[in-house]
Write a protein that binds this ligand. Structure first.
Ligand code: AMP
Ligand code: ZN
Length: 493
């Protein structure tokens, strides 16, 4: 399979360092507030990348840090009269909650910067010893970019170009304006740890690098994050690794495009953002996923609520197709004879699976993957209307199972939708009353009731048929006669 490496600007064959295994790391959030949907997009993209690698049979080890000490956290804590640790704990927990709601798999390893101080200090000591870092009188320690001949290798910038083109803060203690802090001397009231250079805390770039080395070993197969992290964060990460351990930090660097609103990057500092929480409060996670996966992870993603409404309709199409297939398969008599239509559906199932894999093998083209899934929805709906009355159980179930499986690879949980429109338990009483039902499954009770209504209508027993319909209506449901047979739906409004 092909993966785009942002270091080489090319798609390359994925070649794991250890056969069959992938070690990957994605920079986690700085926990000082609810994350926004732009952050959500990046984490979602890597969730799908990870899921697809697992689907392909790789044993994936996925690590993601929490940056729980940082200027933003300290400022927030000071504003609120709390400790930085309190703020970080609150938003770490809120971050994890939103990740769960969004259906993002937990990382295998979730290190927190404040608990990894020792590993970071070891790395800094090693960099100083090798002449790649220096401590200054204030107690800061800087990485010397000039000491690293490959500095700029990831972002493709050289130092002269950088110095000419960018404004950097003036700091007399630095030997080069692009030297960056590995260790920051503590200011009064800040969280700090003892170190050979005095009380202080680690720099952001130092964290990820030391944690990757400690938990995954370097180089790793895939290092990811948003495209805004290429420079300086990832450039600085890889510079430290090259100098400390004489190996690149990662074989493949993957970066997601920015989520934008009205063609502008969405960010906290611009104030044009929606939190992931507020969007998930209003919309099903599956719909937000569909919206995001309609765009390739490297391309900028235009977010709008209109597009999100469109994704809700797509999700409903998907969910009702899967349900209709199961209803139809369930109701079908088994005659074992394959018709033209049955065979055509079987071909569509195979084609959808093949198209899905071909798209995803091409640098995780999720838009192509979704197109394959919706192609199968179209074929399935066509089959259900054309083959009504002569449904073949096995192929129909295979279509439904394939939809569930392929959606699952994208993290779209079709079962999650049915939870929301789960049928009310009172249907059991109705089924007992009108059909002598003795079981305990609400879904089965619904089928039994619909069947009883059907029988009553056949027998021209309009009283019973209407009573069943009214009983169902009183539970806020309507009977819907579809090509695949009658089913229950929530009444609108
Ligand atoms: P931060 O907490 O700012 O370090 O961001 C966490 C992750 O979200 C990083 O990988 C960022 O690159 C990513 N990110 C930030 N803003 C956006 C955006 N508008 N669209 C996509 N990803 C973003
Ligand atoms: Zn990082």
């Amino acid at each position: 399979m092909l993966v785009y490496n942002s270091q080489t600007h090319r798609k390359q064959e994925l070649e794991p360092i250890e056969p069959g295994k992938i070690r990957m790391y994605v920079c986690g959030p700085t926990v000082y507030d609810q994350i926004h949907i732009g952050n959500g997009r990046t984490f979602l993209s890597f969730d799908v990348i990870r899921r697809y690698l697992m689907f392909k049979g790789y044993e994936v080890t996925f690590a993601q840090n929490l940056t729980d000490v940082d200027d933003k956290i300290i400022n927030r804590a000071n504003e609120q009269g709390r400790t930085a640790a309190e703020v970080a704990d609150e938003f770490s927990q809120k971050f994890i909650e939103q990740m769960h709601r969004f259906g993002i798999l937990d990382p295998d390893i979730r290190p927190r910067a404040t608990r990894e101080i020792e590993a970071m200090q070891q790395m800094i000591v090693s960099l100083i010893e090798q002449g790649n870092a220096y401590a200054v009188p204030s107690g800061d320690v800087y990485f010397s970019v000039r000491s690293d001949h490959s500095y700029g290798i990831l972002s493709g910038r050289d130092l002269d170009q950088l110095r000419a083109g960018e404004r950097v803060e003036v700091n007399d203690e630095k030997r080069d304006p692009f030297d960056f802090a590995l260790w920051k001397a503590a200011k009064p009231g800040e969280p700090s740890w003892p170190s050979p250079w005095g009380e202080g805390r680690p720099g952001w770039h130092t964290e990820c690098c030391a944690m990757i080395h400690r938990y995954l070993g370097t180089p790793i197969d895939i290092h990811g994050g948003g495209a805004d992290l290429v420079f300086p964060h990832h450039e600085n990460e890889t510079a430290q690794a090259m100098c400390a351990w004489h190996a690149p930090l990662a074989n493949v660097w993957m970066h997601t495009g920015m989520l934008q609103i009205n063609e502008e990057k969405m960010s906290k500092s611009l104030g044009n953002f929606y939190t992931l929480k507020e969007v998930l409060d209003r919309y099903p996670a599956n719909a937000v996923r569909i919206l995001m996966l309609q765009t390739h992870y490297r391309a900028p993603l235009d977010f709008s609520f209109d597009r999100l409404d469109g994704a809700v309709s797509s999700l409903e199409r998907l969910q009702s197709c899967e349900k209709n297939l199961r209803w139809a398969a369930h109701a079908a008599p088994q005659d074992g004879k394959l018709t033209e239509a049955d065979r055509a559906l079987g071909t569509s199932v195979d084609a959808a699976s093949a198209e899905f894999v071909a798209s995803m093998d091409d640098d995780f083209n999720t838009a192509g993957g979704l197109a394959a899934i919706f192609g199968l929805v179209t074929a399935s709906n066509k089959y259900l209307s054309e083959a009504a009355g002569d449904i073949e159980t096995a192929v129909t179930l295979r279509a439904a199972d394939t939809l569930v499986e392929l959606c699952g690879v994208l993290g779209i949980d079709l079962k999650a939708g049915s939870q929301a429109d789960a049928l009310p338990a009172e249907l059991l009483d109705l089924a007992v009353q009108y059909a002598g039902y003795e079981g305990t499954s609400v879904d089965e009770a619904a089928e039994v009731l619909l069947e009883a209504r059907q029988q009553a209508r056949k027998a021209k027993d309009w009283g019973t048929a209407d009573a069943i319909r009214d009983g169902i209506g009183a539970l806020g449901l309507v009977v819907e006669d579809t090509a695949a047979g009658a089913r229950l739906r929530k009444a609108k409004g």
